[in-house]
Design a protein around this ligand. Structure first.
Ligand code: 4AD
Ligand code: MG
Length: 454
């Protein structure tokens, strides 16, 4: 039997042309059952959906194909030729096998790390090279794929240009980041210190100031020593820069973008979401609906401080104007106080990077942070300081060597223009969409402190 031109399992259920016909499918065995009469039932899956197809193999077929039943184990790969038939529920969800060929068997089934039973995510992380064989990780992967596809689609529709900003850099975008330094065997390769970038924003801004509407989507790296459920050392960021816009318009843009993508995920990953609801034993559809209906509250940093101060009286926690909003605060605001995701705007200048535009009060910047319920900060953005004198003032205040940022300053020298932008942590958004609690289960190969396997 040839391997090629097989039918994908999820198509069989959709397309009537396969009915009662001989078709060829392949996949990995998910479970196996025997009847007393010697009929074998196999559930096999080829990775395109959570739902396997049932293969029914009569005893005479087993004998004819010289199949050793002990070789048909969970995880082994095989190819089957057979007829698609209705099951007792009147669905075309069974293949009565005529020919079977084992492609890859598992010699010692006790050794195979994935069994049909439940595995903890902690255990699965230790076998990241095999964990995509589970419905949990494959569902997340398919949802991630839809998200990325429809982000590109959204930007294409809105006439944006995709700019691949560099990964190797000599500059710190944020001005105070922990960066991974690149070891250069030939010491003078770049003739300067080089790092993995924490954000492509500054490079993206240069293209915004010529192409008007741009975005990037790629991996970024942070060497901060945070081993939490929402931090990775390598993660993906979507960044957007738009000229002649402001925070208000950016907020509207973000809401439209998130709503568009989540609608597509509900449409194209319905089965995956349903699987996750069962897996989590919690129906988080409401969370998705809130984003689709754009129910995100915008609130000023000043007002957030007032709310936290009120709570402080009960908790004896020190809340003063100027503090950063901690994970604990984010949780209180989104889960208790507002019971909604929120966008905090106009943060104190001293806790935000040098590139953010200073407000008229001279102590806050025109910033935004999207805090998603159950997740925390997922988007950070701002209006950009487009006046050179003001940008230089900011750099001086933050003790940043402005010579190093000469090309970024050039944008303000040569035909400067107001612009704004934001960065979205892709895995954090996916945590929200999938309702999976640890970011380490969202990215195929997580990297975090003391962990660089695979
Ligand atoms: O808020 P951040 O640091 O913003 C920037 O880097 C800007 N330059 C973006 C821009 O305006 N173009 O990071 C943006 C987002 C955060 O809101 C968060 O979702 C995510 O990136 N993020 C992380 N995700 C996973 N692991 C980490 N260690 C993360 N650090 C930030
Ligand atoms: Mg931030």
């Amino acid at each position: 039997m040839q391997y090629y031109s097989s039918t994908k399992i999820h198509n069989i259920k959709k397309i009537s042309k396969y009915k009662k016909k001989n078709i060829k499918v392949y996949g990995w065995i998910k479970s196996k059952r025997n009847t007393k009469k010697g009929i074998l039932f196999l559930d096999i899956n080829d990775g395109f959906s959570t739902k396997p197809i049932q293969i029914i193999i009569k005893k005479k077929i087993i004998l004819k194909n010289k199949i050793k039943i002990q070789n048909l184990n969970n995880g082994c790969s095989l190819i089957i030729l057979g007829k698609i038939k209705k099951n007792i529920n009147n669905n075309y969800n069974e293949i009565h096998a005529k020919k079977i060929k084992i492609i890859g068997k598992i010699k010692n089934k006790k050794e195979y790390p994935i069994s049909p039973k439940y595995h903890t995510t902690k255990y699965l992380r230790k076998i990241s090279h095999l964990r995509s064989r589970t419905n949990l990780i494959s569902s997340i992967s398919r949802i991630r794929n839809t998200l990325i596809y429809y982000l590109h689609n959204f930007f294409k529709k809105k006439n944006f240009f995709w700019i691949p900003t560099p990964i190797i850099t000599s500059l710190d975008t944020e001005g105070n980041s922990e960066m991974f330094q690149i070891y250069q065997k030939k010491k003078n390769f770049f003739n300067k210190k080089s790092y993995l970038t924490v954000s492509g924003q500054l490079n993206l801004e240069t293209y915004a100031c010529s192409l008007s509407k741009v975005y990037n989507l790629g991996p970024v790296f942070r060497a901060e020593n945070s081993n939490t459920r929402k931090h990775l050392a390598e993660f993906w960021m979507l960044e957007v820069e738009i000229i002649l816009t402001n925070i208000k318009k950016i907020i509207k843009f973000i809401k439209n973008m998130l709503s568009f993508c989540i609608k597509k995920i509900i449409k194209y990953n319905y089965d995956d979401l349903n699987f996750l609801i069962k897996y989590n034993n919690y129906d988080h559809t409401q969370l998705l609906k809130e984003i689709i209906e754009k129910k995100i509250i915008t609130i000023n940093y000043n007002d957030v401080i007032k709310i936290l101060k009120n709570k402080e009286k009960k908790n004896k926690e020190k809340i003063i104007w100027g503090i950063d909003i901690s994970t604990k605060h984010e949780k209180y605001l989104t889960k208790k106080h507002f019971n909604s995701s929120i966008i905090i705007i106009n943060h104190p200048k001293k806790i935000k990077p040098f590139y953010m535009k200073t407000n008229k009060d001279n102590i806050t910047v025109s910033s935004l942070d999207l805090i998603l319920k159950n997740i925390g900060e997922t988007i950070g953005g701002s209006e950009r300081e487009y006046k050179l004198t003001k940008l230089d003032e900011n750099m001086k205040e933050k003790k940043i060597n402005k010579k190093k940022y000469w090309w970024y300053r050039d944008l303000r020298k040569y035909g400067t223009i107001p612009h704004s932008g934001f960065g979205l942590g892709l895995e954090r958004l996916l945590m929200y969409i999938t309702n999976i609690k640890n970011i380490k289960d969202i990215i195929p190969y997580p990297r975090y402190p003391n962990y660089l396997n695979f």
